[in-house]
Structure formats: C-alpha cells, structure tokens
Design a protein around this ligand. Structure first.
Ligand code: DCT
Ligand code: MG
Length: 408
C-alpha cells in the first residue's frame, strides 16, 4: 500500500485513525473530508469477492471496455480492464474519491482515467462512445449468435455485415451451430437463464445420468455454483466414484436425452487428456480436454405443462418465444474421472478471471502448473494429488475461498 499521503497527513498534524486493517477508515480531523481508503491483495484468488458489488457503475464501465477489447482481439487490454474491475468488485464500499484508490493493485493509467471520468462527470466519454459505435454494436449482435466468435464476427463486419438480416441476405454458409444460433434460437439464447430453469434442467440431466450409469454424480458448476441468480448457460460436471466407470458415459447420456426430445443441438468432444503422454499439466487450452458436450436444451415452459416431444422447428425462428411451450437453453456437460474431479470442479466453477488468477498465482508465485485436470509442482517435478478444492488451495498456499466468494 502506498502510504505516502498518509505519512504526510501525520507530519502535517492531521491525525489519522485506522479502524480496520483491511478497510483503512481514515478521518482527517479538523477537515470536512471523511473517507474509506482501501487495501486489497493483488491476485483475485487471494480476495473474497461476493456478488454484493458496491461499485457496479464503475465495474460495468470497465467490463464493457474489457469486452470490447476481447472482441477486438486485444486480450492483453481486456485482461487489464477485467483485473481493474475485479479490484473494485472486492471493495466493501462505493468509491467516491480518487484518493481512496491510492496504492490499490491492478489499476492502470487507463482504468484510473475511466474511473476519474465517472466520479467527476457521472460518465466516461470513452465508454459512451464505445457503446454507440457501429463496430461494437455489430460485434455484440454477431457474437450473440451461438457458435460465432470474435474472429468470424470481425470478418463479417469487414464485409459490411452488421445485422442478422444482413447476414441472412449475405448468402454465407453457416455451420450447424451457427444455423441453430442465428435462425432458430437467437432470442432464446440471448435471454438470461434463471436458477429455477437451471434446477429443472439439473433434474433432467440427473435422471439421464442415473438411467445410464447408476451411482454417477452430477454437480452444478459455473456461475450458478457461485450463487448467481442468472447465467448465459447452465454448466454440469459429471463423475463416478469408481475411476474408469465414467468412460464412454457422455454418448450414453446424450442419446438418452436426444431420444426423449430434450436436445435441440449437441456437439460432443472426446477426452484427450492423458497425464503420462502429455507431461506437465500445461495443455494448450485448460478447458477443452474433458469429454464435453456443448448443447442446446429444449426446456418446457412450466405454465403450459410442457412437452418433451420434438416439434417441427420454424425455419426463420420468428415465432414469438412466448407462444411456444418451450425455450432453448445452452447447456454445457463435462465428464471427469474421479481422480481429477476436484481440479475439474475448481476449474469449472469460475469466475473466468478467478481461474486465470489462480493459474497465474500457481505459475508465478509457486512454480506450479494448474489446470482443470491436475496440479504439477515444477520444483519437485511431480503431480500434487487432491480430492477436494480445499486441498488444492492448501497446495497453492492460499486461504480457501468458497465458490460464493469467487465472483471476481
Ligand atoms: N472457464 C474458464 N475459462 C474460460 C471459459 C470458462 O476458466 N475461457 C470456466 C470458468 C467458468 C466455467 O468455466 C463456465 O464458463 P461460463 O459458463 O462461460 O462462465 P459462467 O461463470 O458460468 O458464466 P455464466 O453465468 O454467464 O454462464
Ligand atoms: Mg455458465
């Protein structure tokens, strides 16, 4: 913590009272000013970040700039804005004065400029102009399509395609996922999923898993495990207490669901992770090596009594969602062998930034490689086993942070 201003105050004879170690509550006696000065550790995985965000105006602004950077293939800038937003999310009170931020980590010049603009003028001109820009609006519309990432969207924008209508008229051939995303379920897939919907889908997935492999367990992961009330999808992790029994489980679960009309779309990828072959836990991507199924679920609407029969799908998806007895929901299924379960659970609970920070902490501070499969100690040249998230935090020399406080 930079405390030069504080020692200056002391020298100038302005008494400063520290009331709490983490929230330096400072009173400048004899002046009108009273404010909290904050101090937080620099890695998000050392902090407790609940959903009770006291600085949503500031964090929304920084998150928008992060999103815009990520969509523009500027990941470095994106992470910088995400880290800055995460620091503000961890503060116990709203920020009202720039002086409160002195000494805080991860607040670069650019982020500080945005924060100052908002504190002084009530808004950031950069955020407002980004929001209004044709490019940002088009990126949002096009990446809102299931199966369309930043690169594809960018290519289309350079061809002058900014809207769904322009895309439909462009004659582009879309892959199966994109067809589902743009022609069939665009509105549904861009509507938040509630916890109640997640629970209903969880029951169905539980039934499917139980039917094809009794004893297998299903765990809700992702944002809902962190206590979020809505999400963009529903994520589940499946395992079996006996190592090896989970092999080949995904195709069986998928056909059970498919034969009962629960799936509008699915794409399964096979598990390719083998410790001995791949060496240290540094796979090219930490999230794509489990047996994994990206799907679109057909969720029956409660009030209509629902149906699980596949209906003829309209070709252009213009049928108002409210008139259908079901809605489409993105569901992500992951199967893990029980020996990797704790790592998978930790890696798939998020948030994305919390995960990134855990891996950065492991690498930079502990000379370890953490993935959703394993933890490798580079100094001891061996894998560190764990059967719970608590053990992994302990291996990493970190205080245990429960899921509800990983909302960085
Ligand atoms: N994950 C990650 N890195 C990624 C993508 C995902 O570490 N690049 C992990 C963290 C969260 C988990 O996988 C599930 O991913 P999402 O569903 O995208 O995140 P979420 O937190 O569940 O967000 P939402 O509530 O919007 O679904
Ligand atoms: Mg999710």
């Amino acid at each position: 913590l930079d405390i030069s201003w504080y020692t200056e105050s002391m020298r100038a004879g302005r008494p400063v009272h520290i009331l709490d170690r983490h929230k330096l509550q400072v009173r400048f006696t004899g002046q009108d000013k009273e404010m909290a000065v904050f101090s937080v550790p620099s890695y998000a995985c050392q902090r407790r970040t609940t959903l009770d965000n006291q600085n949503t105006t500031l964090t929304d602004a920084l998150s928008l700039l992060a999103e815009n950077a990520e969509l523009s293939d500027e990941d470095g800038r994106g992470v910088a804005f995400r880290r800055a937003a995460a620091v503000l999310k961890a503060l116990p009170k709203p920020v009202t004065d720039m002086a409160q931020l002195r000494g805080l980590p991860c607040l670069g010049e650019h982020s500080l400029r945005v924060i100052r603009d908002i504190l002084e003028n009530g808004m950031s001109s950069e955020v407002e102009s980004t929001k209004q820009s044709e490019r940002y609006k088009a990126l949002k519309v096009l990446t809102g399509i299931f199966g369309v990432g930043a690169k594809t969207a960018d290519r289309w924008i350079r061809e002058g395609i900014h809207t769904l209508h322009q895309l439909r008229d462009s004659g582009h051939t879309l892959n199966r996922a994109q067809q589902a995303g743009v022609f069939l379920h665009y509105d549904d897939l861009n509507r938040p999923v509630s916890k109640a919907d997640a629970d209903i889908i969880g029951e169905t997935v539980g039934k499917a898993v139980d039917a094809v492999l009794p004893g297998a367990q299903v765990t809700l992961i992702g944002g809902f495990r962190r206590g979020k009330l809505t999400g963009h999808d529903v994520d589940f992790l499946i395992t079996h207490p006996e190592e090896g029994r989970e092999e080949g489980l995904m195709p069986k679960v998928v056909s059970w669901l498919e034969s009962r009309g629960f799936l509008l779309y699915q794409k399964t990828t096979r598990n390719s992770y083998l410790e001995c072959k791949d060496g240290p836990a540094r796979p090219p991507s930490n999230i794509d090596r489990f047996e994994r199924c990206l799907s679109i679920f057909k969720l029956a609407n409660e009030e209509t009594g629902g149906t699980t029969q596949l209906e003829t799908l309209t070709e252009n998806g213009t049928e108002p969602a409210g008139h259908r007895p079901w809605r489409a929901v993105r569901v992500d299924l992951v199967v893990s062998p029980v020996s990797q379960f704790a790592f998978a659970l930790l890696g798939w609970t998020g948030s994305k930034l919390f995960e990134r920070e855990l891996r950065r902490w492991a690498g930079y501070e502990k000379a370890m490689s953490l993935s959703s499969h394993a933890l490798y100690d580079n100094k001891q040249s061996r894998y560190l086993r764990a059967t719970s998230e608590e053990e992994i935090f302990a291996h990493l020399g970190l205080e245990y942070i429960p899921p509800s406080e990983r909302n960085a």
